[in-house]
Design a binder for this molecule. Structure first.
Ligand code: TMP
Ligand code: ASP
Length: 236
């Protein structure tokens, strides 16, 4: 399957058409951004690492009957996926308090939540991805109640599958962001599952193995991504 017309460039990925209208190619870039693109740097080989990491997560989810857009890995940076009509709502799943939840609610990072929290953000960098609820989603016609039921059920299932999977590799799944889309009448998980979109903490030391190392200028960013990939390859 070859890359045809360039379709779209996001912050961390590019999209290309293929000869099949139902399939597109995602190219993972080395660019890392934070704070809605305000902070931006190239991290050598991040794209290669994220392509492999996301492939392994999508594989594992497929084994657990959770459908995603993933079809196959084509090369170091390229992944073949089903074309989606993206629903512009980011779903954040939180098991432990961190990041914006800590700030917004004045909570201490690391506090274990009594119940998993789901949040919805409008996918719009210029507006800084404002939080919204189901009323906004229906009023703005972003998704139907049936679609939101499916999306939330899938998001919670993904959490149920990934938490023990990651714990086997001594990684705590603190929180993560998911995107979903429509493909031939079905809701599929889209985007990526990588240290760019998840918070991963080493279970023993609490060391951060994710993009917070970049956001907070902690150094050793790609080394952390490499470590996540190493553990995933060991367990798979
Ligand atoms: P937050 O604490 O900054 O709201 O982030 C929660 C989780 O969502 C964290 O794992 C990082 C991820 N995330 C993204 O993937 N993209 C984004 O634009 C934001 C704000 C968060
Ligand atoms: N992905 C967002 C950005 O690039 C925010 C983040 O992950 O911190 O700005």
């Amino acid at each position: 399957m070859e890359k045809r017309d360039f379709l779209y460039e996001g912050k961390a990925k590019k999209l290309f058409r293929t000869d099949d209208p139902d399939l597109v190619i995602v190219e993972f870039k080395d660019v890392a951004t934070a704070f809605d693109g305000l902070k931006k740097e190239s991290l050598e080989n991040k794209g290669i690492l994220n392509n492999q990491i996301s492939s392994l997560f999508f594989h594992h989810l497929a084994k657990e009957n959770i459908p995603s857009h993933y079809v196959k890995t084509l090369s170091e940076r390229d992944m073949l996926v089903k074309s989606l009509e993206i629903i512009p709502v980011e779903i954040i799943v939180r098991n432990i308090v961190a990041g914006s939840l800590a700030k917004r609610m004045g909570l201490e990072e690391g506090t274990v939540l009594k119940k998993t929290v789901l949040e919805h953000n409008l996918k719009d960098d210029e507006l800084h991805d404002p939080m919204l609820n189901r009323y906004h989603i229906y009023a703005l016609d972003l998704a139907t109640p049936e679609e939101m039921d499916t999306i939330e059920t899938m998001a919670l299932q993904i959490n149920q599958v990934l938490r023990p999977f990651l714990l086997k590799m001594n990684i705590v799944l603190v929180d993560f962001k998911l995107e979903f889309g429509r493909h031939k009448g079905e809701i599929l998980l889209g985007d990526e599952i990588t240290p760019d979109t998840c918070r991963f903490w080493d279970a023993a030391s609490g060391e951060k193995l994710d993009k917070d190392r970049f956001r907070r200028e902690m150094g050793k960013v790609t080394e952390a991504y490499q470590e996540v990939l190493r553990r995933l390859q060991e367990v798979d």
